[in-house]
Design a binder for this molecule. Structure first.
Ligand SMILES: C=C(O[C@@H]1C=C(C(=O)O)C=C[C@H]1O)C(=O)O
Length: 305
């Protein structure tokens, strides 16, 4: 027994343009791997990960905060940004300052941005009477009773952002940055907590593979933009600009933003207490080292691996 080949790890992928810089190099074979890649919306990945049906995935940061007993964080990787993100938007018919007492439609695809919106409404604007409803945007926007305002993320946000009926647009990451001075972390990569020792070693190797994919993706971004433009959502120049808004690093600055957001989650009663930030490898004494390396962006660790 021992280290014979295992079944490939099931890796979750967000089915949006935002993660192409990391997944395109894997899916195109630029970086060898044997993951089985499962593409879904963030909310669906969160649920699969919570149920233990994926080995590793990118998940909404709130999914980790709510279920730290089920998951561990992969060091050095995140979907974060330090200012406007372009693809997490509150779109409104009336000025956002007029939304207290009204209903906001929330995309079913998101978990983090839903909480971020609630934090901004309650803690920044001090609104207490906003009502929320979840729904599929495509259906709710055309069903005869369109909402006063709605939250969209990912490709839908990019598609709806110039909607003529919704001229008041809040870029949630931009509002967060102006308010707190910190970057915002929308998503983390995590692994199942109940891995067997052999699987754990596979996951540690997988971290290196993901870092390598990110490095390669960011190096060859123009190729990725060329391919992603075929989706017809943004053109090549728009994609270059979109991808440059993200930092895909979990470093000391993004971690500070994440910890502050988790504190607000506690404050608004979404989670009972601050979750520990628990990295893969911690129980074997590699945690501190991996976290330090994560804070350097992880690249040196890749070279030494
Ligand atoms: C920046 C984005 O971040 C996302 C928002 C998420 C959420 O709200 O739960 C999760 C993952 C990311 O896809 C985006 O979707 O555009």
């Amino acid at each position: 027994m021992g280290d014979e080949r295992m079944a490939s790890l099931k890796l979750g992928k967000i089915a949006f343009l935002n993660v192409w810089p990391i997944y395109f190099p894997l899916e195109e074979g630029w970086i060898p791997h044997d993951f089985e890649i499962v593409a879904r919306s963030p909310a669906e990945l969160n649920e699969l990960m919570r149920r233990g049906e994926l080995d590793m995935s990118v998940v909404s940061s709130v999914a980790y905060a709510r279920h730290p007993d089920r998951m561990q964080v992969l060091p050095g990787l995140a979907i974060a940004c330090d200012g406007p993100v372009q693809s997490v938007l509150l779109l409104s018919r009336r000025p956002v300052e007029d939304l207290d007492g009204r209903e906001i439609l929330l995309t079913t695809q998101s978990d983090t941005s839903v909480v971020l919106l609630k934090v901004l409404m309650q803690e920044l604007l001090k609104f207490r009477r906003v009502r929320y409803r979840r729904g599929v945007l495509g259906e709710c926007l055309t069903d005869g009773a369109p909402p006063t305002a709605f939250l969209a993320i990912g490709d839908e946000a990019l598609m709806y952002r110039n909607h003529p009926d919704y001229p008041h647009v809040w870029d949630l990451a931009e509002v967060w940055k102006r308010w707190t001075g910190h970057p915002f972390v929308f998503a983390l990569w995590v692994a199942r907590r109940d891995l067997l020792p052999a699987e754990r070693r596979e996951v540690e190797r997988a971290v290196c593979t993901l870092w390598a994919a990110r490095s390669r993706g960011l190096e060859d971004l123009h190729v990725i933009c060329h391919e992603a433009a075929r989706a017809g959502i943004l053109d090549h120049a728009g994609l270059e600009c979109y991808y440059r808004t993200f930092t895909f690093d979990l470093d000391s600055q993004t971690l500070a933003g994440l910890e502050l957001f988790f504190r607000y989650m506690v404050k608004i009663g979404d989670i009972p207490r601050m979750p520990p930030l628990d990295f893969v490898g911690a129980e074997e004494g590699k945690g501190t080292a991996m976290r330090e390396k994560a804070e350097e962006g992880g690249r040196r660790w890749v070279e030494n691996a």
